[in-house]
Design a protein around this ligand. Structure first.
Ligand SMILES: C[S@@+](CC[C@H](N)C(=O)[O-])C[C@H]1O[C@@H](n2cnc3c(N)ncnc32)[C@H](O)[C@@H]1O
Length: 231
């Protein structure tokens, strides 16, 4: 009898604790209307295969930095939330693939602009197609108008107007990452840069936070850094 009572007590405590833990997540999801936005995102991307498009592009010109991988909607929004995007935010994804991060950002936050720069034409065209499709969802036309995709090399591009920059940088290494880090110094003081797997290698940024985030290939470290004032 005592054994059964102890078991039920432990079970009740366990349930109470897990409900308490889920509450903040549920209210966060509700506040940002995440399930509604995810339904739109899922409709846009359910038949899109960025990995296959990237493979086609890499035939003959492959290199580590072209390795493909993608964000996952909820973990990415949780990560982006740490930078508190608002109506003055200009968001950039450097190496935007099929546009998942750019579109997720525009769906959830009322940002001024959500932009992606992608080197491979097939991936870029795919991102643009999803932006066009988004126009036809009731109440999402305006959000679609705030999205911009550019087919270009981000190392040759300006993004000085950015207030939040995301780089899914797990496959960027060595000198390439150093060059990229220097290129990111163009953002204005106070701008935030979110990177995966490694921090920006520049003393013009200060580290604000590290966390973990789930990507299509697993859980990685994420770094949030802020551009320091001009010296
Ligand atoms: C790991 S994928 C990330 C895709 C997307 N940002 C996401 O997180 O869902 C990296 C992307 O960067 C692109 N890329 C690599 N080097 C680039 C460059 N120099 N300029 C523009 N895009 C580049 C690749 O083609 C690829 O689509």
């Amino acid at each position: 009898m005592l054994l059964v009572f102890s078991f039920l007590l432990i079970l009740a405590i366990f349930l109470a604790l897990s409900i308490r833990r889920q509450k903040p997540v549920a209210s966060w999801k509700e506040k940002l209307n995440l399930d509604k936005h995810f339904a739109v995102y899922h409709t846009l991307y359910k038949d899109v295969n960025g990995f296959a498009l990237s493979r086609l592009e890499r035939k003959g010109t492959d290199s580590f930095e072209f390795t493909y991988g993608e964000i996952k909607f909820y973990p990415f929004i949780a990560l982006l939330s740490l930078c508190r995007p608002d109506s003055s935010t200009i968001f950039y994804d450097l190496g935007s693939g099929t546009g998942k991060a750019v579109i997720a950002c525009a769906l959830v936050f009322n940002v001024q602009k959500s932009c992606g720069i992608e080197i491979f034409p097939r991936l870029h065209a795919c991102a643009q197609r999803q932006q066009q499709r988004l126009k036809h969802f009731p109440n999402y036309c305006e959000k679609s108008a705030n999205i911009e995709f550019k087919n270009a090399d981000f190392l040759q591009s300006h993004f000085k107007d950015a207030s939040i920059v995301f780089v899914n940088a797990t496959a960027f290494f060595g000198d390439h990452w150093l060059v990229m880090s220097q290129h990111m110094e163009q953002v204005k003081p106070g701008a935030r840069v979110i990177t995966t797997s490694k921090a920006v290698r520049s003393n013009r940024f200060q580290l604000l936070k590290t966390t973990q985030v789930e990507m299509s290939w697993g859980v990685v470290r994420a770094y949030i850094q802020e551009r320091l004032p001009l010296e």
